[in-house]
Design a protein around this ligand. Structure first.
Ligand code: FES
Length: 494
């Protein structure tokens, strides 16, 4: 008897994106039953499926590390491979019991029909017929050698380690792994839930658990009232999911829903990405994280007895890691205040553990909410920074559409994270990119737009253009002239 799985769960099990399964459904390879897929169809399409490939072993390792104290780990739990094998063996037994029960259920139903059909026979004939029927039926059940449903076995194992959360009213879905908090899992999945401190103090992540069980895993000082507890409210930053959940929670619909925040972060590192570009890594305090949407900017400022300087930069990392913020800082030309920040940074003014004030986020260069269209990103030089955040967010959100990146460099080593693009292309069937060069920003904009327009499908995409003013003007102008509607075009001038 095949098990039906939601598309999210099936993708999670197989370690592929939902887009991959959706494309197989669209191609007619994978039957869909009211949005669900059958385990036997998945097994047919992915015949090499093995538990080891599902990430279960790695998950067990991580979960074990996170969830248990050292003493208990050492004295009670076997090592992770043994644990995974025992789980897999028990799941296999469970599946066999389920299959056998299903056969007995079928046998009982057939028996019921047989009894109805024997109404005219004598009692002795009835008894003999029933005895023969039961003997044959039992022999059939015992002789059954139906192969094990591998997908169902894997699902049983992974259910021990992950819980699925459905969000109301948006309908978003995500998975909580091990004992991570529901908030951390939601951010990792690319959602924009309401939250503040991330540390159990402010109450902004309060949400109603409509169904399912949670457990508190982190301390919290925020007092929920008796009435809120009775209605099922819990703090998402301090609870994990014990079972699958339905949660009613607030999500940001636009940049206007994200409040401006002021945070003092510390420099984690300053490293060169190329001769003219530095990677600045800031870390916020554990209880004061930056809530922002992918693609947004923040103002950075340094105040000291000898120096005061500031600049505004896009965050080049994903909001799913709200403590570790990355910035791509290019060497300046010395003609604006941001260049002063860059000049100071290149002069070695910031070292590990120095304080940097963050204020923001700013800007509306964010993904269009719930747009069904494919995505196109046109970036010039460090215009790649917000694009990187957007691509990471699109990947975390498991957006089903295609992602095309055209990155044009006007500096000799301008494609400073080309490896990152190749890694995306290797890992994602939906991502492709091209790296081009041009002598200046305006030429780069014309080239990027020409390239995208030449590929023919640009009208079916939302286009995001990011880079110097000359680049953005040339690229956006060419796309608009070619007919791309204004509501499919977003720009960010750096
Ligand atoms: S985010 Fe502040 S209490 Fe949860």
């Amino acid at each position: 008897m095949a098990q039906l799985l939601t598309l999210s769960r099936a993708a999670h099990l197989l370690g592929v994106t939902r887009a991959v399964l959706q494309s197989r459904i669209a191609a007619g390879d994978l039957p869909s039953h009211d949005g669900m897929v059958a385990s036997e169809d998945l097994e047919r399409l992915f015949p090499d499926l093995r538990l080891e490939d599902s990430g279960a072993f790695e998950r067990i390792t991580r979960i074990r590390e996170e969830a248990f104290g050292k003493r208990i780990r050492e004295r009670v739990l076997p090592n992770q491979e043994v644990l995974a094998q025992r789980l897999a063996a028990q799941s296999e037994e469970l599946e066999e019991v389920r299959r056998t029960l299903a056969h007995y259920h079928d046998l009982l139903e057939a028996l019921r029909e047989r009894i109805d059909r024997m109404a005219g026979a004598s009692p002795s004939e009835q008894l003999a017929e029933l005895a023969r029927f039961i003997d044959e039926g039992l022999a059939g059940v015992l002789a059954s050698e139906e192969p094990a449903d591998k997908v169902a076995i894997m699902d049983n194992v992974l259910r021990v380690m992950t819980a699925q959360v459905k969000v109301k009213p948006s309908g978003h879905e995500f998975f909580v792994e091990g004992s991570e908090t529901i908030l951390a899992a939601a951010l990792r999945a690319g959602l924009a839930p309401s939250y503040g401190c991330g540390n159990g103090n402010c109450g902004l992540c309060k949400a109603r658990i409509v169904s399912g069980q949670t457990r508190q895993v982190l301390n919290s000082d925020y007092p929920l009232s008796a009435g809120e507890r009775a209605q099922g409210y819990a703090l998402l930053c301090s609870h994990t999911a014990v079972s699958d959940l339905v949660v009613e929670m607030l999500e940001a619909q636009s940049p206007d829903d994200i409040p401006r925040q002021e945070i003092v972060a510390r420099v984690k590192s300053v490293e060169p990405l190329s001769a003219d570009i530095l990677l600045l890594h800031l870390q916020t305090p554990r209880g004061n994280r930056l809530r922002f949407l992918a693609g947004q900017r923040v103002a950075l400022s340094v105040s000291g007895s000898t120096a005061n300087f500031r600049g505004e930069y896009p965050v080049a990392s994903c909001p799913c890691d709200d403590r570790n913020l990355l910035f791509h800082i290019r060497r300046g030309n010395g003609d604006d205040e941001r260049d002063e920040f860059a000049d100071r940074l290149f002069a070695g003014a910031l070292k590990a553990n120095d304080a940097v004030s963050l204020f923001g986020p700013f800007g509306a260069f964010v993904l269009r909410k719930d747009s069904p269209r494919d995505l196109a990103f046109l970036a010039c030089d460090t215009g790649f920074a917000p694009v990187k955040s957007l691509v990471e967010h699109a990947v975390a959100s498991d957006l089903p559409g295609l992602i095309r990146l055209v990155w044009v460099a006007t500096r000799p080593d301008g494609h400073y994270l080309e490896n990152q693009c190749r890694a995306w292309a290797d890992a994602l069937e939906t991502f492709s990119h091209v790296a081009l060069t041009a002598p200046d920003a305006a030429a780069a904009g014309a080239l990027a737009a020409r390239r995208l327009i030449g590929e023919g499908d640009f009208m079916s995409r939302d286009a995001y253009v990011s880079g110097p003013a000359g680049f953005v003007a040339a690229a956006a102008g060419a796309l608009a002239s070619a007919g791309l509607p204004a509501d499919q075009l977003s720009t960010e001038v750096l």
